[in-house]
Design a protein. Structure first.
Ligand SMILES: [Fe+3]
Lengths: 187, 249
């Protein structure tokens, strides 16, 4: 069967805040959990200014590398890990998820959060990855990272902050422009 | 009041110039200067091709514990009948191979009949309808079908250029079976005179592709003395499970 042509995307626009965010949307695990980690950062435009009307979603494996396929994201009860979260940035472009560090999807692989970015002014969603820092061999061997120049590569690896949190900034444009992804069949 | 905004004529000329060199594109351009807010918000480098893996190959799962069936009816959420033209929007969510996307979350949001959102950032001096929130959710059925009962949204002004008005639209947020299929878009209504003037709609440079965002009036969906029916099917990108097996073979 020939491929169907995908429906075009459009910008999320400025007025999503009363519709898409929901209670505990950014808490993939409760903040108090011993293995909880904060994944946070700022979304910037091409002038280096924070974007106040962006929305991020993350999709991830659990610590063992298993990707959960269970309901319970929209009404979180704090016990089920669904591996998906959503966070609208604040007035100075910051987002913050409370979650766990994902394991790699294959032994020795590089672990990452799959990230989707939406914003007013952005005509279609963007995909990227926030890789987990630390396992140098795994990062070195990753097929996507291996093909990037060092600066672009560094932009995809989250930074471990002194407080133990992971920082991953998104630059939609400019000298530190984030590497955004197209997957096969996205034509 | 004097305005330093460009005229519609200037913006329409920019749109025409960008369309002149385009052919067969199926998605909006990210770099589309007539939509002024895109200037500093589009990546300048090509998207990097990657093979999806791990979490990218599995969409989040939603179920009946996540949403209530009444969330699909935007006319009964706020303790009274909203003002406007009552409509139903019904269609199917399919993947790039034509398979229905089953049991998956569809979210919508929209302006009320007067073109006003329940959003503190919406300063359009049109009335708020206290009986209309403009937010809906549902899960697709086994055949990929979704349906929302709502009010036809009004067009609304914005500050992209002088006298800029958005065609009436409903924002749609969609998931497939893989996270790579995640998308957000806007559904429009047939015959809107604002189509040609709107840089967001026209950022899709191909007419056939633009048409895919326009619902069809379907008289069989209309209900006697009750509401008007619109049909709109959504096609997501293709999945990769089979594609990668084929690649290995
Ligand atoms: Fe809108």
């Amino acid at each position: 069967m020939p491929d169907l042509v995908a429906t075009p995307g459009q910008t999320i626009g400025p007025f999503f805040h009363y519709a898409l965010p929901f209670d505990r949307d950014r808490e993939l695990v409760p903040p108090g959990r011993p293995d909880a980690v904060r994944l946070h950062g700022t979304v910037y435009d091409g002038a280096g200014k924070p974007i106040p009307d962006a929305l991020l979603e993350i999709r991830q494996a659990d610590a063992t590398g298993q990707v959960p396929a269970v309901e319970g994201s929209l009404r979180r009860d704090g016990t089920v890990f669904t591996g998906w979260g959503r966070c609208a940035v604040d007035s100075v472009g910051r987002y913050s998820f409370t979650t766990v560090v994902p394991g790699p999807s294959s032994p020795g692989g590089a672990a990452f959060y799959a990230v989707t970015v939406f914003a007013r002014g952005l005509l279609n969603r963007l995909f990227t990855r926030a890789y987990i820092p630390g396992d140098a061999d795994a990062l070195e061997a990753d097929p996507l990272l291996a093909g990037l120049d060092p600066e672009a590569r560094d932009g995809l690896v989250a930074v471990r902050e002194e407080d133990g949190s992971l920082r991953f900034d998104v630059h939609l444009q400019g000298g530190r422009e984030t590497v955004f992804l197209a997957f096969p069949r996205h034509a | 009041m004097m305005s330093n905004l460009d005229s519609q004529e200037v913006v329409s000329k920019e749109i025409a110039d960008l369309h002149a060199g385009a052919e067969g594109e199926t998605q909006p351009r990210l770099d589309f200067a007539p939509y002024r807010s895109s200037l500093l918000r589009h990546p300048t480098k090509d998207l990097r091709h990657a093979d999806p893996e791990g979490a990218e190959l599995v969409a989040p799962v939603f179920g009946h514990s996540d949403i209530d069936p009444v969330e699909a009816d935007l006319t009964i959420q706020a303790g009274g009948e909203p003002i406007g033209e009552r409509i139903v929007v019904r269609g199917r969510v399919l993947d790039g191979d034509g398979r229905p996307v089953r049991g998956q979350l569809v979210e919508i949001w929209q302006a009320n009949a007067a073109g006003r959102y329940i959003h503190k950032g919406d300063q359009h001096p049109a009335p708020i309808d206290r009986h209309f929130t403009g937010v809906g959710r549902c899960l697709t059925g086994d055949d990929g079908s979704y349906a929302f009962t709502t009010i036809k949204p009004g067009p609304y002004p914005w500050r992209n250029h002088h006298n800029a008005w958005r065609p009436a639209h409903i924002h749609f947020s969609l998931f497939g079976t893989e996270f790579t299929q995640r998308m957000i878009t806007q559904m429009y209504f047939p015959g809107d005179p604002l189509f040609a003037l709107d840089p967001i709609y026209q950022a899709i440079t191909d007419q056939k592709a633009r048409d895919r965002l326009v619902a069809t009036y379907d008289h069989d969906l209309s209900e006697h003395e009750w509401l008007l029916g619109y049909r709109w099917d959504i096609v997501l990108t293709g999945t990769h499970g089979t594609w990668m097996e084929a690649d290995d073979a």
